[in-house]
Design a binder for this molecule. Sequence first.
Ligand SMILES: [Zn+2]
Length: 317
Amino acid sequence: MLMSAFNGTQNLVLDRRKFLGVAAGLIAAGVLPKNVLALAGPYAFKQGAYDVTVVSDGTLLLPLSLVGQGGKPEDVKALLGAMAQGDNAQFEASPLLLKSGSDVVLMDTGSGGNFQPTAGKIAESLKATGTDASAITKVIFTHAHPDHCWGTLGADGKSVFPNASFHTAETEWNFWTASDLASKMPKEMEGMVKGTQGQLAGIKDKVTMFKPGTEILPGINVLDTAGHTPGHVSFEMAGGDGLIITADAIMNPLVYFPHPDWKFGFDADHATAIANRKKLLDMASAGKKKLIGFHWPYPGIGMAEAKDGAYVYVPAA
Ligand SMILES: [Zn+2]
């Protein structure tokens, strides 16, 4: 019965309730990855004036050695629990779809077809929300790493979102588009630099720059969370006590809430990344704001409670 539910998105949508019930049990048992829920029936909620849907681009396998640097490997593995698989761990990749009035906004475009085979699934997830890529009016980037922007151009080199304008922090754009960047980075980063530069070149005529401290859309403010990349940004959405879209400033809540001082191997500037991670956790715990994270266990929404100089993750969905 379950296999038949995998045969097409149509079935998944029609049988959503039944599917979610069965899938939830298999996910709890570790048989299915959590993002199967996202592909079948993306999680949606209201935040201020926006209808927010947590879409899924699939999952990414990363070496455990990159996560929780500073802690003992066995402690990191224990914190990640079922997410750990041998020397690796599987992380979600969850862009956000925001709708308000005539705005249909996608926050990050995912990995596209050239990063990891388990990722680049955003089209399927958008379809499950009833949203065609051509309906997206604005794409806003948190930063320009492959898993956040390589889904921008299709295999034909054209924008997957033909009717969208693109919005990126000025610092991030200037960092990645510098013509001498590849020569300044380690050799093994060359592929990433070239890949990102290709994606950004394809949208250069449709891009608008923004700065931290500004309101990018009504009720959505830009927060400076540099460190992961030089121009990495997070966002705070109005509504209730607020929602902080952390992106990769807090890569995983199970590891970095209890140990905000541990490093993440993909952070470009560890000291700045750690300071900004703590800033977000402080803001959230003091202001009782919700947090959402791009790579957190789906749908990745929770609260931070301050405890003994660190934080406890309290999932809110
Ligand atoms: Zn990422």
